[in-house]
Ligand binder design. Structure first.
Ligand code: PHE
Length: 372
């Protein structure tokens, strides 16, 4: 029954000795011997493990040969020999998998050990603050140093707070659909309605005046909406910071001083201002403020269209009608107000030519403000 056992024909005497020895052994004895070898199997790396697999488990491995031989034993012997050689194969496979896992774990542990824990970490990509936020915060910071606090109000407003209380005549063009976005009460029905998107943050000023007693000193930053065709120079929404100061004996000179202080803080100590007469329904007198062009130092260039000045905000003394409508005694109190576009100030500071860049959120644009 050992006749067809496959033994490599090796010529040396030692091999011959082995061959005889092997041939003499019964299947059971060889299974027992292999069991001992399998239990003692060791492999330090994948190559050694592969050598073990070839030796014992491959098609021509010792355990497989045992099975080949088993096929030709008489039936009655099969019953006795089957179980031990099956157990041997299972044991060898289990041991092989155990060693495989040990090697994989060792490799993983080595990889971790190779990580240099003292290495400087990869830099974390930081976001940048939006230029409009930067400018808005700077404006707030400058005015907060002279006592202004921030007030907030809704973007969806009513006619009363945006127009009526601010002395807008009923037929004022700003109330026209061309300028103001009205909110339809019923979908698709464009009836005149008194709900609208605020066109300026003066609406927050009326909310403050109708709910607080003077002295009032507030800044009203926020987004405003106007029905304009979108271009490099105009958008249907933009941002404002408006200011309001109401107390006894507030004068136009106080307004001028506050604005001069702001201009120097924002654009540098050499900045000059000039006030030109203007008109707003809610202020009397009203003015438009220019600052000296910091590109040409006031000499005149293409940026300031040769004038040496650039316009930055509107302002004036709060019209007594507005104070009275809001329940403030205009014989006791006076006040000033001003309002500026944040985009306009940001343009002057950072020379952004196209207004649309502020709302497109292109990271290539935003990343330029990382260090600001
Ligand atoms: N509310 C004005 C505007 O939106 C700005 C302004 C505010 C002008 C306060 C004067 C006084 O254009």
């Amino acid at each position: 029954m050992h006749q067809n056992l496959h033994i490599p024909k090796i010529c040396c005497t030692f091999a011959r000795f082995l061959r005889i020895k092997v041939l003499d052994m019964t299947i059971l004895e060889r299974a027992a011997a292999l069991k001992q070898q399998v239990e003692a199997m060791k492999a330090a790396n994948a190559d050694e493990l592969e050598a073990l697999r070839l030796k014992y488990l491959s098609k021509k491995g010792e355990i497989s040969l045992l099975f080949d031989e088993f096929k030709s034993v008489p039936k009655e012997e099969k019953a006795v020999l089957g179980a031990p050689i099956n157990q041997l194969r299972q044991l060898a496979e289990a041991r092989f998998n155990e060693l495989k896992e040990q090697i994989a774990n060792a490799v993983a542990a080595q990889t971790v050990a190779k990580e240099d824990l003292t290495r400087t970490p990869e830099p974390i990509a930081l976001g940048s603050r939006h230029p409009l936020s930067l400018v808005r915060e700077e404006i707030i910071d400058i005015f907060s140093r002279i006592g202004f606090t921030v007030a907030d109000g809704p973007e969806v407003e009513d006619d009363k707070h945006v127009f009526s209380l601010l002395n807008f005549a009923p037929e004022h063009p700003a109330r026209d659909m061309q300028d103001t976005f009205f909110i339809e009460k019923e979908e698709g029905v464009q009836k005149p309605t008194d709900i609208l998107l605020r066109t300026h943050t003066s609406s927050v000023q009326t909310r403050v005046m109708t709910s607080q007693k003077p002295p009032i000193r507030v800044l009203c930053p926020g987004r405003v909406f106007r029905n304009e065709a979108i271009s490099a120079r105009a958008h249907c929404f933009f941002h404002q910071v408006e200011g309001l100061y109401i107390d006894k004996n507030v004068s136009f000179a106080d307004l001028r001083e506050a604005l001069l202080y702001f201009a120097k803080e924002m654009f540098g100590p050499d900045t000059k201002i000039r006030l030109r007469p203007s008109y707003f329904p809610f202020t009397e007198p009203s003015a438009e403020m220019d600052i000296s062009c910091d590109l040409c130092g006031g000499k005149g260039c293409s940026f300031c269209k040769g004038t040496g000045w650039v316009e930055i905000l509107g302002c004036g003394m709060v019209d007594p009608n507005v104070l009275e409508s809001c329940g403030i005694d205009s014989k006791v109190y006076t006040g000033y107000a001003f309002g500026m576009g944040v985009e306009r100030i940001a343009n002057l500071k950072y020379r952004v030519k196209d207004l649309r860049l502020f709302s497109e959120n292109d990271v290539r644009f935003l990343q330029q403000f990382e260090s600001c």
